[in-house]
Design a protein around this ligand. Structure first.
Ligand code: DC
Length: 225
């Protein structure tokens, strides 16, 4: 079973994707982490993020691995654990820039398809183009969204709990900037794939969203049986 979860940053994709993966014994693949690791590879090689050819070659030569259970997933870049390093605001923006590069997307999409198909019980993939490009034939497609203000206040609270210093206004501005780039890029922009179950999480708590997603998966399983 392949489950695609797409949507803008801060809509709850990671938390809910991990919950679904655990419930159904599926692999969990955070594809945003792969773009963040590719951006880090480029930065470490000292190339300009807008330099299409140099970023392509940095992404092609980078060995990116995601290991461990959903709750303790580690991201390795050339064997080094970069899980914390890729979670900064700077790396979020860098990943968003690098992800406009078609050659980088090709490398990432190939890997994502390979990993998803090889997962013995199936896979939950979370990102921006999973239902539209990576697995257009996914068994279930979710599109999670929420108002920018709701996403910014969640992200701001998360950051504060982790001791990261920012303001709500900065977080909202960052989310808006990234949304604009992710929606307007030419290659595989963030879009609602056909047949998606769209859930606006602005006014819902985690359990309520999870219940809706569970119901959709169970319905799919019953229909497939
Ligand atoms: O989900 P995230 O915030 O970790 O993703 C970081 C950036 O990577 C995001 O701004 C856009 C890009 N991305 C993408 O283009 N396609 C994906 N499938 C996942 C992420």
């Amino acid at each position: 079973m392949i489950i695609a979860i797409d949507g803008p940053s801060g809509a709850g994709k990671s938390t809910l994707g991990k919950m679904l993966a655990k419930r159904f014994g599926l692999l969990y693949l955070d594809t945003g982490a792969m773009y963040r690791a590719a951006a880090l590879a480029a930065i470490r090689q000292g190339v300009e993020l807008e330099d299409v050819k140099a970023v392509e070659s940095a992404a092609e030569s980078a060995v990116i691995e995601l290991t461990g259970e959903p709750d303790s997933m580690r991201v390795l870049l050339n064997g080094e654990d970069v899980s914390s390093e890729i979670r900064t605001l700077k790396m979020a923006q860098a990943a968003s820039v690098v992800s406009t590069n078609s050659a980088v997307r090709r490398v990432m999409v190939d890997q994502q398809r390979r990993i998803g198909k090889a997962a013995p019980n199936g896979c939950v993939l979370e990102g921006r183009d999973i239902g539209s490009v990576v697995f257009p034939d996914a068994d279930i497609k979710f599109f999670l969204t929420a108002k920018p203000e709701a996403r910014a206040s969640r992200r701001f609270e998360e950051d504060r709990a982790k001791g990261r210093i920012s303001t709500y206004e900065q977080t909202l501005a960052e989310i808006n900037e990234r949304d604009d780039r992710d929606v307007s890029r030419l290659d595989s922009p963030l879009t609602i794939a056909e047949d998606s179950v769209v859930i606006d999480t602005s006014e819902l708590d985690l359990t309520e969203v999870f219940e809706q997603m569970l119901a959709a998966v169970v319905q799919y399983q019953n229909e497939a049986a």
